[in-house]
Design a protein around this ligand. Structure first.
Ligand code: NAD
Length: 256
């Protein structure tokens, strides 16, 4: 379905971003990966799906590096047809103890990076009258949780940015939507599980159960594969008129 298209997924060396990159590659899209840590493994996983894959190391907190990455993607594959704004970090602390530097980093990586990548991707999408921008927000784009002020504020911002991007392009073939996952067992969440186990003096298994029980009636994690399938739907012709939505995959978190 996406043969000949190019998808750039930010923060795609791990977790949800890698899952989405692989789901889009399975549909034939060439992929630009981005993120830190091991890059050879993720590149090989995507290439094994029979598409072209490139990697750019932009630090998504730095607008100049995002500009370099967008130019690189266009030079590699012509243009970016699908942009998945996924890179994100977390920090957990009460507001009065929240390190200012962590607040700034979360705002830059979780929110401003989506603005920069979007503003740089839009002109080529508009020129070809087709584009898909998929913002990986979070259930925390819709509801709050204590000790996650920066994350919740940034993700609410991402939901707002999604709506405005959708509206400004509503008469064109460029759509923008947000995916709002509940818990997904990636390194970002594993850190929170491990911290809970240490703080409460319980096993990692028990901490995992407690984490789910607090928020998700399903008692199940959403998987990167399931999120990838939703991203593929947003790229399909059936989603041509799906604009500015926030689509939860949250095990019932926000149904309560
Ligand atoms: P992860 O830690 O597995 O992956 C994060 C990715 O972002 C990695 O590839 C990492 O290298 C990259 N990254 C981090 N800082 C970066 C920077 N400055 N520049 C470029 N890349 C950077 O986390 P994940 O759980 O897969 O999270 C992906 C997205 O999904 C995030 O936006 C997160 O907020 C969101 N999300 C996660 C969950 C969850 O439960 N895991 C739930 C809702 C939303």
């Amino acid at each position: 379905m996406l043969k000949g298209k190019t998808a750039l997924v930010t923060g795609s060396t791990s977790g949800i971003g890698l899952g989405i990159a692989k789901a889009l590659a399975q549909q034939g899209a060439n992929i630009v990966l981005n993120g830190f840590g091991d890059t050879e493994g993720p590149k090989a996983e995507v290439a094994a799906l029979g598409v072209k894959v490139a990697y750019h190391a932009a630090d998504m907190s730095k607008p100049a590096e995002i500009e370099d990455m967008m130019k690189f993607a266009a030079a590699q594959f012509g243009r970016v047809d699908i942009l998945v704004n996924n890179a994100g970090i977390q920090h957990v602390a009460r507001i009065e103890n929240f390190p200012v530097e962590r607040w700034d980093a979360i705002m830059a990586i979780n929110l401003s990076s989506a603005f920069h990548a979007t503003r740089l991707a839009l002109p080529a999408m508009q020129a070809s009258d087709w584009g898909r921008i998929i913002n990986i927000a979070s259930i925390h784009g819709l509801v709050g949780s204590a000790e996650k002020s920066a994350y919740v504020a940034a993700k609410h911002g991402v939901v707002g940015l999604t709506k405005v991007t959708a509206l400004e392009n509503a008469t064109s073939g460029v759509t923008c939507n947000a995916i709002c996952p509940g818990w997904v067992l990636t390194p970002l969440v594993q850190k929170q599980v491990d911290a809970k186990a240490v703080t409460l003096g319980i096993s990692v298994e028990e901490a995992t159960k407690q984490l789910l029980a607090e928020k998700e009636p399903s008692m199940q994690f959403t998987t990167p594969q399931e999120l990838g399938a939703l991203a593929v739907f947003f790229c399909s012709p059936a989603a041509n008129n799906v604009r500015g939505v926030t689509w939860n995959m949250d095990g019932g978190w926000t149904a309560q």
